[in-house]
Design a protein around this ligand. Structure first.
Ligand code: NAI
Length: 401
């Protein structure tokens, strides 16, 4: 069997939630008659989600959600299984954007977005994509930020379900998924020791917490940088050092940005860093480490290892950037662990089924609570864990003032 198919079959073995959704809905075909346009980091787990949506009745058209995060063998396997796939691993933004427009030109009824490129493009430069559009599910923090900005400007014309904000998504995917897969990628691409090193984590949101927690588990001394005083205090109370990036720049052996913001590490910091410092980004866009400035100020650039670019600076020091500053766990590894994405994609699948069934005004909506609870229950059951239930007396007690 070809590698793409092997990868897809491997992950499905460890996705009990998607398998039970398939069992429950396969005969009802709740997505029948709908075309779903997907923009997603196309690797084995997302491919499996696409196949599930197809099995629930949808016609599925797929492209990537970041220039480097598509695995071509997986894209090929999906084509061989009958899906329309435009995704391609590329560093070329134009090739990437063409995939987005190709999906929109099929006029999807529903969009499954990761980072909001499909939805924002449909609302701005490619309005043909809005013609039949009934709703969107958005996977990530950055995508929701963009869609809320679109709404604030009065431009959003469809309902959006905020998949990222479901508890069964961000508490696990952003925290444990990003925590594990970011370190998996950094370690496999550098082959360096983490124990005893200084790790600087920029941003202590859901992803940053996971990255910092796992760095500590690997034996690193961890510094957190933040702009939100509450998050900074939380990091301090969680036992991490907290300081400005300008101070941390001199101390770090590894730097990981995970803020959803831009130019978090730039020229001032680059010039302060130790020789051999490693730079990685786990945020959605490649703007957190200011790569354009790094390109401009370096005196020499070369490939040090696969996925590792060396930049020699005028002060004689060399910095190493992973995966061109794109999200390191997807652009240079396999993304989050399988079981974590099983949870996230259960939220996606049930949110799409919900969207297909209801009529909502344009706006950004939370995932209904019953979906979150159903998924948590399914996950516990799949792990063989039982929990207590409230007695009638306890319920009455809790409702009493
Ligand atoms: P979040 O909103 O929970 O946390 C972001 C944190 O960064 C906030 O606490 C904010 O105060 C802080 N921040 C903003 N600007 C900063 C700056 N200049 N310096 C230091 N801290 C700063 O967001 P979350 O969920 O942690 O997501 C972060 C990014 O990671 C987003 O772009 C999201 O889309 C992406 N993401 C990536 C994943 C991956 O697989 N690599 C998975 C999930 C999310």
């Amino acid at each position: 069997m070809k590698s793409g198919h092997v990868k897809i079959d491997w992950v499905y073995k460890f996705m009990p939630l998607l398998r039970s959704i398939e069992e429950k809905y396969e005969h009802k075909k709740p997505l029948r008659g709908l075309r779903i346009g997907m923009s997603i980091h196309l690797e084995a787990k997302t491919a499996r989600l696409a196949l599930l949506l197809r099995d629930l009745g949808a016609e599925v058209v797929v492209t990537g959600s970041n220039p480097l995060s598509t695995q071509d063998d997986v894209a090929e396997a999906l084509r061989e299984r009958g899906l329309i796939v435009y995704a391609k691993r590329t560093s070329d933004e134009q090739v990437y954007l063409k995939g987005i427009k190709d999906v929109l030109s099929t006029q999807p009824d529903l969009i499954l977005d990761d980072g909001a490129d499909l939805t924002v493009t449909a609302h701005t430069e490619f309005k043909e994509g809005l013609k039949r559009l009934r709703g969107v599910t958005e996977e990530t923090t950055t995508g929701l930020r963009r869609l809320r900005a679109l709404q604030k400007n009065g431009l959003l014309t469809v309902p959006v379900i905020a998949v990222n904000d479901a508890f069964t998504k961000h508490l696990f995917d952003n925290r444990y998924g990003t925590g594990q897969s970011t370190w998996d990628s950094i370690m496999r691409n550098t082959n360096l020791t983490v124990a005893g090193k200084v790790v600087v984590v920029c941003g202590y949101g859901w992803c940053g917490k996971g990255v910092a927690m796992r760095a500590r588990g690997l034996g690193a001394r961890v510094i957190v940088t933040e702009v939100d005083p509450v998050k900074a205090l939380e990091a301090l109370m969680d036992g991490f050092d907290v300081m400005k990036i300008s101070q941390a720049a001199k101390l770090g052996d590894f730097f990981i940005t995970v803020t959803g913001n831009t130019k978090v590490i730039s020229e001032n910091e680059f010039m302060q860093m130790k020789d051999g410092a490693i730079l990685a980004n786990a945020g959605h866009f490649d703007v957190e480490v200011d790569v354009k400035t790094l390109e401009r100020i370096c005196v020499e650039k070369f490939e040090a290892r696969p996925n590792v670019t060396a930049y020699r600076l005028s002060n004689g020091r060399t910095l190493y950037l992973l995966a061109e500053g794109r999200l390191v766990n997807l652009a240079a590894a396999d993304g989050h662990p399988v079981e974590i994405m099983d949870l996230s994609f259960a939220v996606q699948a049930l949110s799409l089924i919900y969207l297909a069934d209801v009529k909502l005004e344009p706006g950004v909506y939370p995932v209904p609570k019953h979906i979150d609870e159903e998924i948590a229950e399914m996950k516990l059951a799949s792990m063989g864990v039982e929990i207590d239930e409230l007695t009638d007396e306890q319920e009455r007690y809790l409702e009493n003032f």
